[in-house]
Design a protein around this ligand. Sequence first.
Ligand SMILES: [Zn+2]
Length: 407
Amino acid sequence: MQGIVGAQTAPVVVLKAARVFDGEATHEGWAVRVKGDRIEAAGPAADIATSNAEVVDLGALTLLPGLVEGHSHVLLHAYSETPWNDQVAHEGLALRVARATNHLRLTLMAGFTTIRDLGTEGAGYADVELKQAVEQGIIPGPRMLVATRAIVATGTYAPKGFVPEWTVPQGAQEADGVDSLIRTVRDQIGRGADWIKLYGDYRWGPHAGSHPTFSLEEMKLAVETAKSAGVPVAVHTVTVEGMRRAILAGAETIEHGNEGTPEIFKLMVEHHVALCPTLTAGGGMPKPGETESPAVTRRRAVFKAALDAGVTILSGSDVGTFPHGDNVREIERMVDYGMPNLDALRSATSVAGQVLHMDIGQVKAGMLADLIAVEGDPVKDVEALRRVRFVMKGGVVFKEVERGAAR
Ligand SMILES: [Zn+2]
């Protein structure tokens, strides 16, 4: 028999650590009180009541909000293992889902407690049910915001290279114009999309490089339709014209933005559009002795222009194109490309919480108790994020601190 209501019996845990990065700044000697799935209090240890609480001493570790991956594809695995075309065309749904369960576990254990997964790339609505599996405790994984199939203009996406008479299943859902675009947006929301993802440009047509796909009017229709359900829109776009249309249409985030200019970044700031730069997907870093590729040099300059313009940056890596669990590469890359450590950390915590409209990314009363502890001080050295020793999501511990690790 259960006689007492849950709110009174929710377990209480007090976490103590050498320092707490709260999403904005670092504090020495703080403690955090967690009740149920939320943070009840955070502040100087002397002010945090430990009555009726289990006290977990994290010793010399740094406690911080669980990290956020702003752009993932858990239904893809590294292109170095299998090219995208072959994954979409030759790997079946069950195989892809089986891999994805591993990807989700690796992501959580790497300290990423929330992901925004931007398209299943041919794996239907599997993201919706993976999210359910995590929420029901069937498999360990981060919180998931999902986009289902993503939306592309007819003829613009891949796999390509088949005889024109063949209709090949595409890596995303095709839709165009008033009727089918509105219906597709509604259909994806009806099947569980938390975000709508549009491809605003892609490599299509007779000329090399990316070219705009949806018209401004089409993008506006999609945004307006999604807005009725409170669903935000993310737009993949690398060209200036694609970015311009996405901004004016009311997209909330732009994915990649590879060819952004100071003028277009200024427009993003004016319209409060965040950039998810996916620098990791923009080309490999040179090995010692090698010179940097021109593509990487360009991305550096473009990212700097975005920072100089004051664009809100959501940390997102396009993980899935490279191994899951190595998401921290993006934060390291942003720092390498000139973003101050503190800002890079914010873009994966507090700023991410704001951009994604979730109670995450800050260590403060009322937030979800998504907390990790790392060895070292990530504000001084982002590589500390590779030494995750403790992971809590929604008040539940998924990685227990080992004896000795806290020293
Ligand atoms: Zn992507």
